[in-house]
Ligand binder design. Structure first.
Ligand code: ATP
Length: 309
């Protein structure tokens, strides 16, 4: 189930969600540290990745909705500077896993989880991480393009800056808007109409606007939940090209049902499966080319060759 409400993500960072503690993951976020400058890192953890890019790692993640366990013991390294694709049949927990990674899972009242999510070695569920810092550092783009339709293109991009909780000067905003739109591959198409509403763009442009909005806060990781499933083939191709550029500046994790897309955009791939009412697990993980050409598990072979799912 994909959730397509970025406004929820932004708003949730501003409300009392910071006080909601999941039962299985310990003490929850701290509240005392001052808010960071827009372009200044917050309470960073030790960096273990190379090239200034971030490494995200899930260790033994299990997730529940009420008593329904939907993921069990999922461990996955999402490498710095890589695109990691999460594939698998509907209902196997891919979106839930993605939402665990940036603590959106806990927005569901019945949700709980166990395990660790390490961003550059620091557990985002541990002490030292505030919810808004996690959501700033690990951004998300949803299935359906969801810019604020009446808001200008410019204001859509800077709307994400609310995650930082600080006022930003006009000059700095201008720089952020240009940088983010360039990175999202949209600048050339909108540079002359930044004051026009975001809702006036095509679907593919709107999705790139959402990517720009996510990039405005300089995330270290970008999560993308079926970002092209509502787009035509041309727009899909543009987004895929944009991802190819973006992975040089941000670590990307994408959920996709499109095997060709997984093969085109990702360097690593994880195949999730929830067999016969069991919680979702990773059946196979590895180099994308190898997963598609020489899968080690028969179930992976069947799935990537379209035999089920
Ligand atoms: N908010 C929720 N409340 C209760 N159960 C949920 C909720 N969201 C997801 N689930 C359940 O969790 C399981 C995993 O769902 P999830 O959406 O993570 O799977 P998915 O692999 O991403 O599926 P799809 O590919 O269809 O989007 C499913 O059984 C689903 O019904």
């Amino acid at each position: 189930m994909a959730t397509d409400d970025a406004a929820t993500q932004i708003a949730a960072s501003e409300d009392e969600m910071a006080t909601r503690v999941l039962p299985a993951v310990g003490p929850g976020p701290e509240t005392a540290a001052p808010l960071p400058e827009p372009d200044t890192p917050g309470p960073r953890q030790p960096v273990v990745s190379g090239g200034g890019l971030s490494l995200l790692e899930a260790r033994g993640v299990s997730a529940w909705f009420g008593s329904h366990r939907v993921l069990e013991g999922v461990s996955l390294v999402m490498g710095a500077g890589e695109v990691t694709a999460l594939i698998g049949p509907s209902g196997c927990g891919k979106s839930t896993f993605l939402r665990v990674l940036n603590r959106m899972h806990e927005l569901v009242p019945s949700a709980s989880l166990a395990g660790e999510v390490l961003l550059d070695g620091g557990d985002v569920y541990g002490r030292g991480w505030r919810l808004q810092d996690v959501r700033r550092d690990i951004g998300m783009v949803f299935q359906k393009p969801n810019p604020f339709p009446a808001m200008s293109i410019y204001d859509n991009v800077v709307s994400g800056l609310r995650l930082t909780g600080r006022r930003v000067s006009r000059d700095v905003k201008d720089e952020i808007v240009v940088r983010s739109l360039v990175s999202a591959g949209l600048w050339g198409e909108v540079r002359d109409r930044l004051r026009q509403p975001g809702g006036g763009l095509s679907g593919g442009q709107q999705q790139r606007l959402c990517i720009a909005r996510a990039l405005a806060v300089r995330p270290r990781v970008l999560l993308m939940d079926e970002p092209c499933s509502a787009l035509d083939p041309t727009s899909t191709r543009v987004i895929e090209e944009t991802m190819g550029q973006l992975r040089r500046e941000v670590t990307i994790v994408i959920v996709t049902h499109n095997m060709q897309q997984a093969a085109r955009v990702s360097q690593r791939c994880a195949f999730f499966l929830a067999s016969q009412g069991m919680p979702g697990q990773i059946v196979e993980y590895g180099d994308t080319d190898a997963m598609f050409s020489e899968p080690q598990d028969e179930r992976t072979f069947d799935y990537v060759n379209g035999r089920f799912g």
